[in-house]
Design a protein around this ligand. Structure first.
Ligand code: PLP
Length: 447
């Protein structure tokens, strides 16, 4: 299909993220060569609709010339400037200010990272700085939610609650705890929204009691659990958890690495959830995947506490590429695109996507359809009544992914038979319809 030498070079040298190395050696790589709008073209010339925006990140879509121009202008003028030693660059400062202005409530302080894992990892450090500055150094325990994903840094992978990220390593560490997910479709307590919220509240209270209320530092939650299978909590879940954290005196981190920047409709999903967390972590849509960057948003009280705690000393957290000017220039242009039509288009396309996916419910393999905006999932089962998952031995994820690819669709096929959708916000009606039609064809082919 592709030049053999490229496949061989890949096999021999490129270590792929989150991959079975042995399977990859057998199956080889699929090489993408170019992309435009919501479509990608592989090295053999096959064109596909990208129903997953790369890795839920190319929110603006491919081939946006103004982003390319912003990056090349910045590279020409000032390709790099450190943010150490009191130095800075105009795009980084302007992007921080623009984001702070748009972020919910008093999340006025922005620390730029290299991506999402680095953002989550940074919050662990900021939270510790905060509690030590507050004179409560015993607060060193962190809680997150089963089926949550918070990246794969050494510490963050322990907040992540997917066993794949723990196997063979020895995490989570003993300071990382979990409460059950709100996953409605397979919740042992049923799918009543208020019952699920109450159960999560009770679980967090119990966990805090168990650990010791004076030990708990922070709680992490995604507005929609992405990598866990696009699990949408009942309306009011985030608000209830946020308020409980305030009552218990625990810092609340909303991990919006996937959900921010129009993915669920608004710029931040927290706006829809009507909450102001102590931190928001973001990445992906911040630069729409054109260059790497993430951002941690800190509330005023957090920033002031850390600053007072350090006094004249430096807060010893940072990296060479934090606040990278090229990434920031891209971020500014991406924000401009969001606010000049993309968010609006994404909201319309999201409604069409959800309606289209809902129409698949009549298919014998479709057990559940869920989502918000341009973030959705279809959960496949072999028996709808019993909610029997596709047999794992048949490697449903690989089979469905391969069939979708043949049908001209890139989607995310999770190992448990959940299909994930996160198309670019620039999708036309035709793109969305193609995603739905090609999914139906793929399911028919899988039967
Ligand atoms: N947090 C969440 C909620 C994510 O979905 C991800 C990645 O998908 C991360 C953190 C990690 O981000 P990255 O892959 O950029 O390190």
């Amino acid at each position: 299909m592709y030049s053999n030498s490229l496949v061989e070079l890949d096999r021999a040298h490129l270590v792929h993220p989150v991959a079975s190395y042995r399977n990859h050696e057998k199956l080889g790589v699929r090489v993408l060569a170019s992309a435009k709008g919501a479509s990608v073209t592989d090295a053999s010339g096959k064109q596909l609709v990208d129903g997953f925006a790369g890795l839920w990140c190319v929110n603006a879509g491919y081939g946006q010339e103004s982003i390319v121009e912003a990056a090349s202008r910045q590279m020409r003028e000032l390709p790099y400037a450190t943010a150490y030693f009191g130095l800075g660059s105009e795009p980084a400062i302007r992007l921080a200010a623009a984001l702070a202005e748009r972020a919910p409530g008093d999340l006025n302080h922005v620390y730029f990272t290299l991506g999402g894992s680095d953002a989550v990892d940074s919050t662990i450090r900021f939270i510790r700085y905060y509690w030590i500055a507050r004179g409560e150094p015993t607060r060193d325990q962190f809680i997150s939610v089963e089926q949550g994903y918070h990246g794969s840094s050494t510490a963050g992978a322990g907040l992540t609650a997917l066993p794949l990220f723990h196997a063979g390593f020895g995490i989570p560490f003993d300071w990382q705890h979990k409460i059950p997910s709100h996953y409605a479709y397979r919740n042992p307590i049923g799918d009543d929204p208020q019952a699920i919220i109450n159960a999560s509240l009770a679980a967090l209270r119990r966990k805090v009691e168990e650990i010791g209320p004076e030990r708990v530092a922070g709680f992490y939650a995604e507005p929609i659990q992405g990598s866990g299978g696009v699990l949408v909590p009942p309306k009011g879940w985030m608000k209830a958890m946020r308020e409980l954290c305030r009552e218990l005196g625990i810092l609340f981190v909303a991990d919006e690495v996937i959900t921010a920047f129009g993915r669920t409709g608004p710029l931040f999903a927290c706006e829809e959830d009507d909450i102001v967390p102590d931190f928001i972590t973001t990445a992906k849509g911040l630069t729409s995947g054109y260059v790497p960057m993430g951002a941690v948003f800190m509330a005023d009280h957090v920033y002031q506490t850390i600053a007072d705690g350090a006094g004249a000393a430096a807060v010893g957290h940072g990296s060479t590429y934090s606040a990278h000017p090229v990434s920031a220039a891209v971020g500014l242009e991406v924000l401009n695109l969001y606010e000049n039509g993309l968010l609006e288009n994404g909201r319309k396309a999201g409604a069409r996507l959800m309606k289209g996916l809902e129409s698949l419910k009549d298919h014998p393999l479709v057990g559940d359809v869920r989502g918000r905006g341009m973030l959705a999932a279809v959960e496949l089962v072999v028996n709808k009544e019993k909610k029997t998952p596709l047999p794992a031995a048949a490697d449903p994820a690989r089979r469905v992914f391969d069939r979708a690819w043949e049908n001209g669709l890139v989607l995310r096929a999770f190992a448990n038979g959940v299909l994930g959708y996160a198309p670019p916000l620039c999708c036309t009606d035709g793109d969305i319809d193609a995603i739905v039609e090609r999914t139906r064809k793929t399911l028919d082919d899988t039967l």
